[in-house]
Design a protein around this ligand. Structure first.
Ligand code: SF4
Length: 458
């Protein structure tokens, strides 16, 4: 009698890169016969794909592991694995600290996940694989694994980072920059499009330098992707202000499939804090890039990251951050309190800004950003935009997707036939977090249906 397939649950913390890595691991394991299981309690294999960018993220992972212990006590055959950056950073210590953990592996071991989980299941071993790709070649390949494709998909085109921003753990957990060849990436794009993907977001920690050490560049990759028939939209993250060259900026005005949206972290408005962070640009240089982007593409939406409370940040420094936030009017801002990470250069600078001051600064920045976004989004009421519908929302109240600028739009009169299609939507309501409106192509009678009242708009 054949055995029932093993079931798999993957829980993901962190960035889009981790979401992509989780999809990749599930794809690799599905090819080996594993079946996805939504309920963590019922899965034979549980992988927790982790992020160590902040202290808080690591604590979350450790406390989740504690909560999961009773499941292992109930079923000792259940496999628990930690993957990703916490696995890479803590390695053996994690296996020593958590007796019910079976597997610890880093991001470079992803393509070996089947073999590693197999060793736990078949040989009863506790497995550690935090091996690092130390090959100095500037290129790498990864086998194509595309079991299914959503309307909008991420695709990793490079790994690692050659910058050493003083607060960042990434170069220590993901190594130096290496890029996949354009031909291999384009093959993946074509496979995704064949399966129904319309929008692809290329991923890299420092994506502007894609192809470094090879004759290939990000601009060339974008041109090649622009030629893929059936692909409608191209995006990429994450850019570094110093490495965003004029060729890439010009493409926002010339490559038709490149969305008018860019994530360009500025982290701090203060030149002395930027120096302490080793970000390699000044406020003025950052603002000049923004000007160039807006000249190349007036409708471009720029999102960003901000850190408050970096060691040495004074009130005057923080005011410079507020100044940039007010001046640029970003389309989205990810804001964080500084979190010292062991192993980074900033760790030795201490954590001198008191937590209460960090909280207050974060609050001030959030209030400002919320006001800007609220105003920005409300200005869009009455306009029309094109939305790639990705899914029905969890409460089945509306369909959701993004417009070219990357804004989330809820559409109440679209049907499931719209999933995977780009439709024209008239914006009728907005708040600081999202937009909502009607599918212009739908029947007039449908348009007149009342939908969720403004008071329940969240
Ligand atoms: S560029 Fe980004 S990934 Fe690289 S070290 Fe700086 S913050 Fe980290």
């Amino acid at each position: 009698m054949s055995q029932a397939p093993k079931t798999l649950h993957i829980k993901t913390f962190g960035c889009q890169m981790n979401v992509y890595d989780s999809d990749r691991m599930s794809g690799l394991l599905e090819v080996q016969g594993y079946r996805l299981e939504k309920d963590i309690r019922n899965a034979d294999v549980v992988l927790i794909n982790t992020c160590s960018i902040r202290d808080k993220s690591e604590h979350k992972v450790l406390s989740l592991l504690g909560e999961l212990r009773p499941l292992k006590q109930k079923n000792p055959k259940k496999v628990f694995g930690i993957t990703g950056c916490v696995g890479q950073r803590m390695g053996r210590t994690l296996l020593q600290r958590v007796p019910h953990l079976d597997l610890v592996m880093g991001p470079d071991a992803i393509d070996r996940v089947g073999q590693l989980v197999g060793s736990v299941l078949n040989e009863g071993k506790r497995v550690l694989d935090v091996g690092f790709d130390t090959d100095r070649k500037r290129t790498y390949s990864q086998p194509s694994v595309i079991p299914r494709a959503k309307p909008s998909e991420f695709l990793t085109i490079m790994k690692g980072c050659d910058h050493f921003c003083t607060y960042c753990i990434v170069p220590f957990t993901r190594g130096r920059e290496k890029s996949r060849p354009i031909a291999e990436v384009i093959q993946d794009v074509e496979h995704l499009v064949e399966k129904g993907t319309k929008e692809v977001t290329f991923l890299g920690q420092n994506i502007n330098t894609y192809g470094k050490g090879t004759p290939e560049t990000l601009a060339q990759l974008i041109e090649a992707a622009d030629r893929v028939a059936g692909l409608e939209r191209i995006r990429y993250v994450t850019s570094h202000p110093r490495d965003l060259g004029d060729d890439l900026i010009a493409q926002f005005g010339s490559v038709s499939k490149l969305c008018p949206a860019l994530h360009l972290p500025f982290q701090s408005g203060s030149d002395s804090v930027l120096k302490g962070m080793s970000r390699l640009y000044t406020q003025q240089q950052y603002l000049e890039k923004i000007e160039k982007l807006k000249r190349a593409c007036p409708e471009i939406a720029i999102s960003t990251d901000v850190i408050v409370g970096f060691p040495g940040e004074t009130d005057a420094d923080f005011k410079e951050t507020l100044k940039v936030l007010a001046q640029v009017e970003f389309s989205l801002v990810f804001m964080f309190k500084y979190s010292p990470r062991p192993g980074t250069r900033a760790f030795a600078m201490g954590d001198e800004v008191p937590e209460s001051v960090k909280d207050e600064r974060l609050h001030q920045a959030q209030v400002l950003v919320h006001q800007i976004l609220d105003r920005q989004n409300k200005n869009l009421i009455g306009t029309k935009t094109h939305v790639l519908i990705e899914a029905l929302d969890k409460k089945a109240k509306h369909f959701s997707g993004r417009n070219p600028q990357g804004k989330i739009v809820h559409v109440f009169n679209a049907g499931s036939a719209c999933i995977g299609k780009t439709i024209e939507v008239e914006i009728t309501e907005a708040n600081g977090s999202n937009l909502r409106g009607y599918y212009v192509g739908a029947l007039r009678a449908e348009r007149n249906q009342p939908f969720v009242s403004a008071t329940s708009f969240s």
